[in-house]
Design a protein around this ligand. Structure first.
Ligand SMILES: [Zn+2]
Length: 597
């Protein structure tokens, strides 16, 4: 290698010098605040246009909106980076509070604007959107207006908003408070330790079955002890949500999540039914895994267990080189972008204490840069995470020259570029494995991911849909919640497991998130959508990169059905696309079954 080794810490000073004490950032927030006040005033004074001649006023507001959106995102990104690199940075928390306050004014201003847009007469509206000033924003502006139109009048939405702080979001916070206080006593090397439920859950991937089994039952006991409280939190927050829907005249609980993800119910149904069609293969995998672990049947806590004990380690430089090389096989732009991110220190990967756990990628739209955060300790999964986050960064990178209002993509497509990048690297790792044992374990990792998206997430989706239907009739008892969950798991795993996890409705934070409803199916969509793209890329070779980039650029301004039709020439309301994607996973299972014979 000609390159000297890459730095494992990121450079934030090129964006704002001086960390949370930065003068430049203070100045930036000052300017942002001025701009926000200016926008709020403009929206206040804005009168509903009565003819296309008034397009100027709206165009000016949009311009202001563009600036403010960009600056809020830039500020939020900087603060996230500060508090992630040092969880004890108190100054960063103060800055966060300052920006949150601005965020609140911003969303009030937006609701106000939306309500004024609803009142524009249809023909005037169409003329406005056809004018050169606004024509590139047709999709997002129409969407804004349509969504506002489906809400209640401004005053009523304002009341809902105000009441939701203590009557809705509070239940989600209550959930976090209770979980935060829970602890599980676990025996380790003859000593007993008190672990948080998060720490205890990590033990479920232990190679030692006795450990997994003991921790699983300790956790079950812990959730049972608190189940009455979680029964309250889930019933009340869902009750609030359903009441809001009722007043808005929305009878389908999937309406909101589908709208947020810009997809049709038909697409969702087709996705799940295609998955269900191929589940047999994954059942074969679960049976083989049981056999490899010397078991009759896997229990819930065995699904994620490792099949071997060995773990290869890869240095950061080797990992970086591997990623760049593999990206290069697919497309030169993605490869040179990754190389640039390593060289310019866009990545914080150092393994040290005081950092936030987990990984993320955040973008600075004003500086047109991104930053990746993770802790690199040299495992194969670290390399995969690094590739994953670089995929997110590349997505943002290609969107840098897209209008800021056309940059916001939903959760289901947010994971497209990341999963795609991860897939390239995971596939290459399997191919490059040095021993049979290593190949088997890397392959098993891949298949297990599919099982998570096709079975675990499916169980969550089945549970949540059924729970909401029953909740419409009144409160659902904890016994019934346990029953609904176990039924959903049995169905999603085709009865392939011995013991299930009836308390998953309590243990999964996702059912208690109030910010977004149905925090499950977008994961599976994102996974399969990117696999479908990957299938195309394998077919077309490196010529595909330009098409791929064009698709990513449109992710913030199209419905997913249109996006897939325009760039992949497929109808995702039909099964073919999904089945092609699933077949890639089926191939992994087949290879796994073959190798482990
Ligand atoms: Zn991601």
């Amino acid at each position: 290698m000609t390159k000297t080794s890459y730095d494992l810490t990121w450079d934030l000073d090129v964006i704002f010098e001086g960390g949370s004490e930065s003068e430049a950032f203070k100045q930036y927030l000052h300017t942002l605040n001025d701009n926000l006040q200016g926008l709020s005033k403009k929206v206040n004074q804005f009168t509903t246009p009565e003819s296309v001649k008034e397009v100027e006023a709206l165009a000016t507001i949009i311009q202001h909106l563009e600036t403010v959106t960009t600056q809020i995102r830039e500020s939020g990104a900087f603060i996230s980076c500060l508090s992630a690199q040092n969880v004890d940075d108190k100054k960063a928390s103060l800055l966060r509070a300052q920006v949150s306050q601005m965020g609140a004014l911003f969303s009030t201003t937006m609701t106000q604007l939306d309500q004024k847009l609803v009142q524009v007469e249809e023909s005037v509206w169409n003329d406005l959107l056809d004018s050169p000033e606004l024509s590139n924003l047709q999709f997002v502006l129409n969407e804004k207006r349509r969504r506002a139109n489906e809400n209640l009048p401004l005053e009523q939405e304002a009341i809902i908003n105000d009441l939701s702080i203590d009557g809705y979001h509070a239940w989600g916070q209550m959930y976090n408070t209770i979980v935060g206080k829970m602890s599980v006593e676990v025996e380790e090397d003859g000593e007993s330790h008190h672990l948080s439920v998060g720490q205890a859950s990590n033990k479920l991937s232990s190679a030692d079955r006795d450990v997994r089994e003991a921790v699983f039952h300790k956790l079950q006991n812990a959730w049972t002890e608190q189940q009455d409280l979680f029964g309250e939190t889930i019933n009340h927050l869902s009750g609030f949500r359903l009441q809001t829907y009722k007043h808005r005249n929305w009878d389908n609980v999937l309406k909101e999540p589908l709208e947020i993800n810009r997809m049709s119910e038909k697409t969702l149904d087709t996705m799940w039914s295609s998955i269900t069609k191929y589940k047999g293969t994954f059942v074969n995998y679960l049976e083989r895994k049981a056999h490899l672990l010397g078991l009759e049947k896997l229990n819930w806590y065995d699904v994620g267990a490792p099949i071997t004990n060995e773990e290869q380690t890869v240095s950061y430089d080797e990992g970086a080189k591997f990623i760049v090389d593999q990206f290069n096989q697919f497309g030169p732009k993605m490869a040179s972008f990754a190389e640039m991110a390593f060289e310019k220190r866009w990545i914080e990967a150092e393994d040290r204490s005081g950092k936030r756990p987990g990984g993320f990628c955040t973008s600075f739209p004003d500086s047109k840069q991104t930053r990746i955060f993770m802790t690199y300790s040299g495992t194969a999964s670290n390399v995969a995470t690094l590739a994953h986050e670089l995929g997110h960064a590349f997505h943002q990178h290609v969107m840098d020259d897209v209008h800021p209002l056309n940059q916001r993509y939903a959760m289901n497509v947010a994971e497209t570029a990341s999963t795609f990048a991860e897939m390239i690297v995971a596939d290459a790792a399997v191919k490059n494995a040095e021993t049979e044992q290593e190949r088997l374990s890397l392959l098993e990792d891949k298949v297990n991911r599919s099982v998570a998206f096709f079975m675990n997430i499916h169980a969550r989706f089945l549970f949540e849909t059924r729970f909401y239907e029953e909740r419409k009739q009144g409160q659902v008892s904890v016994e019934r919640l346990n029953e609904l969950m176990e039924e959903a798991q049995k169905e999603a795993y085709c009865d392939a497991l011995g013991e299930y996890d009836p308390h998953m409705w309590a243990s999964k934070l996702h059912f208690h998130i109030t910010g977004v409803p149905f925090y499950n199916f977008p994961y599976t969509f994102g996974y399969l959508f990117s696999l479908g793209i990957y299938a195309k890329a394998l077919e077309e070779g490196s010529d595909f990169e330009e098409k791929y980039i064009a698709l990513l650029k449109d992710t913030g301004s199209m419905r997913v059905e249109d996006l897939a039709m325009k760039h992949l020439n497929v109808d995702i309301e039909k099964p073919e696309f999904w089945e092609d994607a699933i077949k890639l996973c089926v191939k992994d299972v087949e290879e796994f079954l073959h190798l482990s014979q």
